[in-house]
Design a protein around this ligand. Structure first.
Ligand SMILES: [Ca+2]
Ligand SMILES: [Ca+2]
Ligand SMILES: [Ca+2]
Ligand SMILES: [Ca+2]
Length: 334
């Protein structure tokens, strides 16, 4: 969830002003599936609840939140993948816009046996995004449509598709984050939901603002809210599709879930200024300082790391505080 922090305006009496900044992000609840972009993935064996869109007229939706940690991605990265059935993946680029692909397989199609909907190019920014792929399977053939949505906007639409009775019923496991290690996603994935119904239609929808709740059309729903470091991820639907993390895939968190809470600023006896704050255990922080609050962030001085004196309790001491009459501090994460 995005945290908006209202800046405090400095006055003549301000001796210390602490600004806490966290990375821009629009969602993710609790922890998420952490993926190293090397070979991490999670999977669950095939079963009937994962066979979506196979029956005549049965549409489906696959969706996930994903976190882009940097702008260095180049090449295919997998969100959701069921070989010979359905897949949603991203083609990241550093020198041109990124693309999202939605693939549907059917034995009835000519080689290579699938169609891929290429969504319009879009530049994915650092932070959380919501992606959804919808297959609207009409009875019979010739009138099916497929769509890809990013952050609530439809960025790809395929019409006149001909799946009859539906897409392939494959025996492949369902994969999250990579196809058995191939085309691995780098970042975090959260709130993955598979539904046997068309959840989104038209050109846009309101991006979900809360974790999903399982309903009658939910075939699988993973919150990845297990304790950090878990490699088994429970399914909130009634279908028991427990995912297993491989090659290091585990629960984690890309950013502090809450703004830091300042506990006890104080001036030590010999002059240094010290303060402490609480936050998620292990969260990375850097302290920046400036004597002029209006300086752009790039002109603030990095004072180095913060000490985590006990899990979730951080302390910072500035031995140079005695060198200036006034100094402002800003805590930055990561
Ligand atoms: Ca059809
Ligand atoms: Ca199957
Ligand atoms: Ca979560
Ligand atoms: Ca790994």
């Amino acid at each position: 969830m995005r945290k908006t922090i209202t800046p405090i305006i400095a006055s003549a009496f301000t001796i210390c002003l602490l600004h806490f900044s966290a990375p821009e992000s629009s969602a993710a609840w609790g922890s998420a599936l952490s993926l190293d972009g090397v070979n991490d993935y999670a999977s669950v064996p095939d079963n009937n609840s994962l066979d979506l869109g196979t029956a005549d007229g049965q549409g489906f939706t696959i969706e996930a939140w994903f976190y882009v940690p940097d702008l260095n991605g180049e090449g295919l990265q997998t969100l959701i993948y069921k070989q010979s059935a359905y897949a949603l993946f991203i083609n990241f680029h550093t020198s041109q816009a990124d693309q999202m692909f939605f693939r549907l397989w059917s034995l009835a199609l000519p080689a290579p046996g699938y169609v891929t909907l290429f969504a319009n190019p879009t530049d994915l920014s650092i932070g959380w995004h919501h992606a959804a792929a919808v297959f609207d399977n009409q009875p019979g053939g010739g009138n099916d449509t497929a769509a890809v949505y990013l952050d609530g906007s439809r960025i790809g639409l395929g019409t006149g598709l001909n799946f009859n009775p539906g897409i392939g019923n494959s025996a492949s496991p369902l994969y999250i984050g990579a196809y058995a290690g191939v085309n691995p996603f780098h970042g975090w994935i959260d709130e993955v939901r598979l539904s046997d119904v068309v959840r989104y239609s038209g050109t846009s929808y309101s991006v979900p603002t809360a974790p999903f709740v399982s309903d009658a059309n939910t075939r699988a729903l993973w919150h990845f809210d297990e304790p950090a470091g878990s490699t088994s991820f429970g399914d909130s639907s009634a279908n028991g599709n427990t995912l297993t993390g491989f090659n290091g895939a585990q629960t984690g968190n890309p950013s502090p879930a809450v703004p830091p809470y300042l506990t006890n600023p104080l001036k030590l006896a010999d002059g240094p200024f010290q303060f402490a704050f609480t936050n998620s255990p292990g969260a990375p922080f850097t302290v920046l300082a400036a004597t002029n609050l209006t300086l752009p962030l790039s002109n603030w001085t990095a004072l180095g790391g913060v000490t985590e004196v006990s899990p979730g309790r951080f302390q910072f001491t500035d031995p140079q505080a005695t060198n200036t009459a006034r100094r402002f501090y800003r805590i930055y994460s990561p």
